[in-house]
Design a binder for this molecule. Structure first.
Ligand code: UD1
Length: 416
């Protein structure tokens, strides 16, 4: 099922349940390495990145199996922190095993996750922070080796609130001797979730949810049952999808409290948003109103939803401006959208102006990354005629079944 075929032009109607969060479940699964006994991680999404994390954990010696809606993980048998090449390469989230494995085994050997250290998506913040906690890194033959003979607490200030580096410091910190004071921590809700899981296991962490987190290390942690919250990015994808395609949709279980910047953009675009204990209800305007978006660390507008808004605004009623400040190379769908008739001007590599056109036409496209791929699916539903998108395994990294979900809302989307 590598491709998705879409017949565009059908408004969305109905309700869809938002599955568990990818970015919360991955660090929590990594954290199970630090606890004694079994953990039951409920509401884990059945997505490719979680399957890869399960393989990595099994490869390290964990017992991992699905039980209904969750994963049971027992890391009792883990002895060595060596991860095989195939499992790590291409999955940057394997990076959050760094802190957990150093905490568990005091050493590790791994590929550089998903690319090289210098250049796109570097890992210097992780290495510097863990270095301050007594970890020594060496590199040979493209592999990263780390040894922490005495992992100890430290005062760490992150120069940028990296989500992954924050997670690694917390994971290493709970296992370290002494206290770690982390300043400049990322505020993303997934950090809070990781801390809550560790606290349920017995960790002593202060300042959860703030940019100054104090981790009192060295406590014994015990397995527990823990539920992963719904995925705010998946919820945002479907929310903006509804604004682009038209209709009205209930996003069941959507984590409204984590989505302020997203909901405010949706309202700016003309969406009528209501929140209730059931979830978020969105009713779309005709053509979306123009919007100005600048991506930023949480609570700013998430970079992961930038390409979705870009796709939606190709049919906007005016000119939208989108600026990307977190990742370079996140406008990779611009040429695909142009192929469909969109009018987009690039201003350097960090910002674009989108002039809404009255209609898009279906095209043959290729997904080349996770969120960009989801954006193309939405563009296909907004277009006249047929769109075929290849490369869909990228999309399955973060969406359980985007085709099924949109089909349930009435869209004509099939996997081929
Ligand atoms: C996490 C999310 C990803 C989201 C991103 C930003 C997971 C599994 N992934 O990724 O979906 O898009 O946060 O919200 O949770 N950087 C450095 N050096 C480092 C680390 C990061 O320069 O050592 C830079 C990155 O290149 C990037 C920026 O910091 O430009 C943000 O990265 P970071 O917050 O670390 O994102 P991830 O944890 O990789």
């Amino acid at each position: 099922m590598d491709s998705i075929r879409i017949q565009g032009g059908v408004a969305l109607q109905g309700k869809v349940r938002i599955h568990g969060s990818k970015n919360a479940s991955l660090p929590v699964l990594a954290a199970t390495l630090l606890v004694e006994g079994r953990s039951f991680i409920e509401n884990c999404p059945r997505i490719a990145d979680v399957y890869s994390m399960v393989s990595l954990l099994k490869d390290l010696g964990c017992s991992v199996y699905w039980q209904e809606t969750g994963l049971v993980v027992d890391s009792t048998q883990v002895k060595r922190g060596e991860m095989c090449r195939e499992a790590v390469t291409g999955m940057r989230s394997s990076l959050c095993l760094l802190g957990a494995l150093l905490g568990r085994c005091g050493e590790l050997v791994m590929e550089h996750p998903g690319g090289c250290v210098i250049g796109e998506r570097p890992i210097d913040l992780h290495l510097t922070a863990l270095g301050q906690m007594g970890v020594e890194f060496t590199e040979s033959g493209g592999r990263l080796q780390a040894v922490a003979s005495e992992l100890h607490g430290a005062c760490i200030r992150l120069p940028f609130p990296s989500v992954g580096a924050t997670e690694n410091v917390i994971l290493a910190g709970v296992a370290a001797c002494g206290d770690t004071i982390l300043e400049g921590a990322a505020l993303e809700p997934e950090i809070r979730t990781l801390c809550c899981y560790l606290q349920c296991c017995g960790a002593y962490i202060e300042g959860v949810g703030s940019s100054r987190i104090i981790i009192h290390g060295g406590r014994r942690l015990y397995g527990t049952a823990f539920a992963i919250p719904a995925d705010r990015i998946v919820a945002g994808t479907y929310l903006f999808g509804c604004i682009g395609v038209g209709g009205s949709v209930l996003l069941e279980c959507a984590p409204e409290e984590e989505m302020a910047s997203v909901l405010s953009a949706a309202v700016q675009m003309g969406g009528r948003v209501c929140t209730s204990p059931e979830g978020i209800y969105i009713q779309a305007p005709g053509r979306p109103g123009p919007v100005k978006i600048v991506t930023a660390p949480y609570p700013g507008f998430p970079t992961d939803l930038q390409s979705i808004v870009l796709a939606v605004e190709t049919l906007g009623r005016g000119c939208s401006h989108i600026e990307e400040t977190i990742f370079e190379n996140r406008f990779r769908i611009v040429n695909d959208l142009r192929k469909m008739g969109a009018c987009i001007e690039e201003a350097g590599c960090r910002s674009v102006a989108v002039r809404g056109v009255p209609g898009l036409r279906g095209a043959r496209l290729e997904a080349r990354e996770l969120r960009g791929g989801a954006a193309l699916v939405i563009a296909g539903m907004m277009a006249e005629g047929e769109t075929i998108i290849s490369g869909c395994p990228y999309i399955y990294r973060g969406y359980e079944n985007i085709g099924r979900d949109f089909r349930e809302l009435g869209a004509r989307v099939t996997s081929v």
